[in-house]
Design a protein around this ligand. Structure first.
Ligand SMILES: [Ca+2]
Ligand SMILES: [Ca+2]
Length: 177
């Protein structure tokens, strides 16, 4: 695993550790889902429900695949096991990416405006400077919008443990994690 990927695994773990306990548990995912849905004030109920379901599935997949000692929590050491079989997370991450990107486009025109992108990414736990750098890396239009599909692909690349040289590395390079 290269350095960027290693750091990204550590950053994703830190993002999911919503309560800052140093381990991942169901409560972390419930809390993040609450924050993200709250940030998506312009979205309809169906899109919000899909986001909650995606967070629920994410946790269920991590618990099934990575909770080696079966205590209902995932330590960082357990979490790093995700790099051994990244394909087991593909479908879960794709659903998560689809639900999140959908929240970025409540008016359904296929474009995500920067202010909403910032709201949602802040709810996930990213820092403001990193968020703007990532939005810029996605190549916004003159009206400062990015395609939903671009973000959808970017989310999948970011959460996949085995990718490198991606726009999401903007989030690693400037992070203190
Ligand atoms: Ca465990
Ligand atoms: Ca839109």
């Amino acid at each position: 695993m290269n350095d960027e990927a290693t750091r990204r695994v550590a950053l994703v773990f830190a993002l999911f550790d919503t309560r800052g306990h140093g381990v991942l548990a169901k409560e972390d995912f419930d809390l993040m889902a609450d924050r993200v849905v709250q940030a998506a004030s312009g979205s309809d109920q169906e899109a919000k429900t899909a986001m909650r379901a995606a967070f629920h599935r994410y946790w269920a997949t991590l618990r099934t695949e990575l909770d080696v000692d079966g205590d209902g929590e995932i330590t960082f050491e357990e979490y790093t096991g995700c790099v051994l079989s990244p394909e087991r997370f593909d479908a879960t991450i794709a659903e998560f990416a689809g639900a999140l990107a959908e929240l970025g486009d409540p008016d359904g025109d296929g474009l995500v405006e920067r202010p909403l992108f910032i709201e949602l990414m802040t709810a996930i736990g990213f820092e403001r400077g990193n968020i703007d750098a990532l939005f810029d890396a996605f190549g916004p239009t003159a009206a400062d919008r990015i395609a939903v599909h671009t973000w959808y692909v970017g989310i999948q690349d970011y959460y996949a443990p085995d990718k490198a040289g991606i726009p999401g590395d903007e989030l690693v390079a400037r992070s203190t994690v």
